[in-house]
Design a protein around this ligand. Structure first.
Ligand code: ADE
Length: 242
């Protein structure tokens, strides 16, 4: 998978050289490039923002650097050679935004099957609205929120999304079985886990886990998942309207 990130703070993404995603990049499974939006400015101050029409607090990101950057990143190496499968080769262009659809495990799974993602990280009061229309001519545009709270910009949201998406790419997580049993994959929260010693500071591990009875263990884990979900996240269970 190819991922391009556009940001005015590229060093936010230095952490993506570490751990599983860092290894996936070295192994060529994930082709991730972070670019400085200011590289597509042409004035001495490398300006990316301006005052909002209609007045109001803060600054808005100017459209032109975004258009130039997106044109370059969305362009295919040899457009003529791909004339027949234009739709298939269009990138998915994601703008993190508190005003977008909420990111879930299902979103991560959907995006993990795309060939090319471009993340556009806004700052200040946001990006000139016309950029989203412009980008829609280059690819599928998604405005995605990490949750109902406001961050200072799209960088942290993009990092979280890349991690959630990246670990679903085949070959990134060593043991694919560990993906199956996680929170949210089956719509429930994950069951509790324990390791040695069997009693620690007077707290014993639930006996069933030491029994060797695989069916009983599976049933206990399922009950735990349901009970945890009911108490911590009832909104995930069917029939809850909250
Ligand atoms: N940018 C600022 N707040 C955000 C949020 N909650 N999700 C995604 N991007 C954001």
């Amino acid at each position: 998978m190819r991922i391009d990130v556009l940001s005015i703070f590229p060093s936010y993404f230095d952490g993506l050289t570490l751990s599983l995603l860092g290894k996936a990049r070295s192994a060529g499974i994930l082709d991730l490039t972070v670019r400085d939006l200011r590289d597509w400015t042409s004035d001495r101050h490398r300006t990316v923002d301006d005052t909002p029409y209609g007045g109001g607090a803060g600054m808005v990101m100017k459209p032109e650097p975004w258009a130039l950057a997106l044109d370059e990143l969305a362009a295919r190496p040899d457009d003529a050679a791909h004339a027949g499968d234009a739709e298939q080769n269009r990138p998915t262009i994601i703008f993190p935004s508190p005003a977008g659809e909420v990111f879930t495990q299902a979103t991560a799974r959907d995006l993990s099957s795309r060939e090319h993602l471009i993340f556009g990280c806004g700052r200040y009061e946001g990006i000139d609205e016309r950029v989203f229309e412009y980008a829609a001519a280059l690819g599928e545009v998604r405005l995605i929120s990490l949750g109902d709270y406001v961050l200072n910009g799209g960088e942290v949201a993009t990092m979280a999304m890349i991690e959630a998406i990246g670990r679903l790419i085949p070959g990134v997580v060593g043991n694919p079985e560990s993906l199956v049993e996680e929170s949210h994959e089956d719509g429930l929260l994950e069951y509790p886990s324990y390791t040695k010693p069997s009693t620690w500071r007077e707290r014993p591990v639930p006996e069933v886990l030491l029994s060797g009875n695989h069916a009983a263990i599976a049933a206990w884990r399922r009950d735990q998942q349901i009970e945890r979900t009911r108490t911590r996240r009832p909104d995930l269970l069917p029939g809850d309207d909250s």
